[in-house]
Design a binder for this molecule. Structure first.
Ligand code: 2IP
Ligand code: CA
Length: 377
């Protein structure tokens, strides 16, 4: 497990490099945005963006993990399909080749023979990132890679990534939108039970050097398995008697917003972009709870941060399930799982967190939220 964690931290850092390169090179960035069509379309948006960066990052992670752990090859999945269309309407399957030159050649065919752009991207994909050590060597988790599956969201909050607004983050403050909401999410789950056991989150745009040195990222990780719970973050201390703080999508239903306003302390109902970013806010203690009442998030959005929350003693539950039966909350039966597609749904929809979700650190806060929403959603 320590080897896998180390590898995921490295590939997530590589992914963050690709995300940064794609924004730095303006002509490259222009070429990258494409509109999603058909069943892959996230229902929530009239327009959604599929970027070549997304596809390339997902393929790169699949390639690197598959190379070190061949037994995991068929069990690494993500949001994107690797079929990409170039300006001439030709369909190209984007993959990572064994050499930088070959990858550059393949990418050039998607980038309408823009060899400069293709070389820049290929360079970032094949570059070795700095080693990130999680100091996990002394933690023994008896799991073999053949028991594990992976969910990848190459860039969550794509709309914020594309819009590109820069914020200077301050410790302890939730900044609702901007480049920092874009995250690379890699979650590992047990194939048999669907429990999330390891998560790596990379925030490529965490800090911008005011002296012009560019963007620096930040990484977060957690392992929760067989009694082992380790996380790069520590559980924030609760302020005495403070009301609950909740983070929501700005497009959340009015009835949910109203019900939670009554439960939250003044100014403690907040809004933010990005499903992964909102769960990260709960991990970091910037909010106590994240609620989504509809099936607008997917397995690749929640798997990685879910593992971190479990390592901190919290979790992510199916909201509909909790509202139906109180015992589901009490007996820990409502936690989201990641191994089974929803029957009779197509493509992306079969991996939606269909019943909505609640992400929490403290189970007693989860119970308060569920109690408040009962009969109202
Ligand atoms: C999206 C992204 C959106 C989120 C949506 C996700 O993933 O995180 O921001 O909506 O649920 O599926 P909201 O910000 O309203 O919570 P992606 O950007 O990868 O499509
Ligand atoms: Ca996403």
């Amino acid at each position: 497990m320590a080897d896998l964690l180390r590898l995921l931290l490295r590939v997530a850092e590589k992914a963050a490099n690709v995300a940064r390169v794609c924004r730095q090179e303006a002509p490259l960035f222009q070429l990258l945005v494409q509109e999603k069509t058909g069943d892959d379309k996230n229902k929530k948006f009239v327009q959604d963006f599929k970027t070549l960066a997304d596809v390339v990052i997902q393929e790169m992670i699949q390639h690197d993990v598959g190379a070190q752990f061949p037994e995991m090859c068929g069990f690494i999945h993500g949001e994107e399909s690797n079929k990409f269309e170039n300006g001439l309407g030709e369909s190209v399957i984007v993959t990572v080749c064994s050499t930088e030159e070959e990858t550059a050649k393949l990418l050039a065919s998607v980038l309408d023979d823009n060899h400069t752009a293709a070389s820049l991207l290929a360079q970032a994909i094949h570059q070795d990132p700095a080693t990130i050590d999680a100091h996990m060597d002394d933690v023994a988790v008896p799991l073999s890679p053949s028991e594990l599956g992976i969910w990848i969201d190459p860039i969550d909050a794509t709309s914020q990534y594309i819009e590109g607004r820069e914020e200077v983050l301050e410790e302890g403050h939730l900044f609702p939108s901007g480049l920092h909401c874009a995250l690379v999410l890699i979650g590992v789950y047990l194939l048999k039970t669907g429990e999330p056991v390891m998560g790596v989150i990379n925030q490529p745009f965490n800090y911008k050097d005011p002296a012009g040195g560019g963007w620096r990222g930040k990484h977060f990780w957690g392992v929760s398995c067989g009694g082992v719970n380790v996380c790069s973050e520590t559980c924030p201390k609760e302020g005495p008697g403070a009301g609950l703080s909740v983070v929501l999508s700005s497009s959340e239903k009015q009835v949910v917003k109203e019900a939670l306003t009554a439960l939250c302390g003044p100014g403690k109902l907040m809004y933010a972009s990005g499903a992964g970013f909102k769960i990260l806010c709960v991990i970091q203690g910037l909010a106590d709870v994240y609620v989504v009442s509809e099936g607008s998030t997917f397995k690749w959005d929640s798997c990685a941060p879910h593992a971190l929350l479990r390592a901190l003693g919290g979790g992510v539950v199916d909201l509909a399930n909790c509202l139906q039966s109180s015992s589901a909350v009490q007996d820990n039966q409502a936690e989201l799982t990641y191994h089974q597609p929803r029957p009779e749904s197509k493509r992306a929809d079969c991996w939606a967190n269909y019943g909505g979700l609640v992400a929490y650190r403290d189970p007693s806060q989860l119970r308060r939220v569920v109690g408040t929403l009962k009969g109202k959603v």
